[in-house]
Design a protein around this ligand. Structure first.
Ligand code: PHE
Length: 351
């Protein structure tokens, strides 16, 4: 048995053949295992002479298996290294590169266009106080516009109200429903003349194909001496021509109402139909509402500690997501926030 095993094991041609030999010798029913079992039934004298021989056989077989296994493993590794060569001349696969999201891209474009007109970029918190989002903008507590804004209120504000510690100027109690509170923060922080835009996230409890609970607006504010509606119209026209990269942009100002501007105007931009699609420019096809605007209400200027007799200005607020939809021909707002690479690719926003 010893001769058979100690010749067969070093000659095992594969890991599988070696494993078969191990089972044959050392497995539960293996020949060496069977021999070891006989030790129990031997007389003490027999055990003294056969014991060391049988145990020695078990050790010799185990050693032979380990040695053969090591050399088979080494041979397998050598074979793999020989076969797996790397062809350095093959072209590399390009890594998947991220790109700028349409909303971020439009924000960058807006900042650039307005920088050319002398506007700085201002920001404010997305969690706001009642006072900055409403009261200072001439929307007192009882004003129906508060209900129209579908505001998300925060528990800490509701708790403060219930506990009698609510301070409308200091308690951050809601998600801003528009970027207009940045008008207030800017006028409180810096002396006129002021020329800023404020792009950012805004929130309303509203959701369908053209409304998402979180959306983006850009606010514009100019405060100076002798500012008129003419300055407003020229600024918007210049901005929209640059943004849509067309000279035939036509604006229509419709009288409207916002508590924080007087007079107020809703601004429509004309479009034409080209190959069955709406294209901004001209006005043969109709009008599209793009923004709200007006002359800053004297009460708003006064709420910020400025003298409305001395300072006047205009303001506008515009949906950024809507601008992106119009510029890139998208018809549903929701995919903006799904993060689906196929959608970005379709509109040319992904590599
Ligand atoms: N804040 C207004 C809105 O969200 C837009 C607006 C801004 C109107 C500034 C006039 C002046 O609808």
């Amino acid at each position: 048995l010893r001769d058979h095993l100690l010749t067969a094991i070093p000659a095992a041609a594969s890991p599988e053949a070696l494993e078969a030999l191990r089972v044959e010798a050392l497995g539960k029913q293996g020949s060496v295992t069977q021999l070891l079992k006989t030790l129990g039934k031997m007389t003490p004298e027999q055990r003294q002479s056969d014991g060391p021989r049988i145990n020695g056989l078990r050790e010799a077989v185990a050693d032979a298996i380990a040695t053969r296994k090591a050399s088979l493993d080494r041979a397998a590794l050598d074979a793999r290294l020989a076969s797996e060569t790397l062809d350095m001349t093959l072209p590399a696969e390009a890594p998947l590169a991220g790109t700028v999201h349409p909303v971020s891209q439009v924000m960058d474009e807006l900042a650039e266009i307005f920088a050319d007109l002398g506007f700085a970029v201002a920001t404010g918190p997305e969690i706001e106080t009642d006072w900055h989002n409403f009261t200072a903008l001439n929307i007192p507590e009882t004003h129906p516009a508060r209900a129209m804004h579908d505001t998300f209120y925060l528990q800490q504000g509701l708790d403060a109200k219930a506990g009698g510690t609510f301070d409308e100027r200091a308690t951050f109690s809601l998600l801003r429903t528009h970027t207009s509170p940045v008008q207030i923060r800017t006028m409180l922080q810096q002396q006129p003349p002021i020329r800023i835009i404020a792009p950012g996230r805004t929130y309303r409890s509203d959701s369908d194909a053209t409304h998402t609970p979180m959306f983006h607006q850009v606010e514009g504010l100019v405060i100076d001496k002798g500012i008129t509606l003419g300055h407003l119209k020229w600024t918007l026209e210049t901005f929209l021509k640059a943004f849509f990269e067309r000279d035939d942009i036509v604006l229509r100002l419709r009288p409207s109402y916002f508590p924080f501007t007087e007079p107020s105007a809703e601004v429509d931009v004309g479009y034409t139909i080209e190959k069955g699609k709406r294209v901004i420019g001209g006005s043969g096809g109709g009008w599209m509402e793009v923004l709200g605007s007006g002359m800053v209400h004297p009460k708003v200027i006064a709420a910020c500690g400025l003298d409305p007799e001395e300072w006047q200005g205009f303001a506008f607020g515009c949906g950024i997501d809507r601008l992106a939809m119009l510029k890139y021909g998208m018809d549903d707002l929701r995919p903006f926030f799904d993060g689906d690479i196929r959608w970005l690719k379709h509109y040319g926003f992904s590599a």
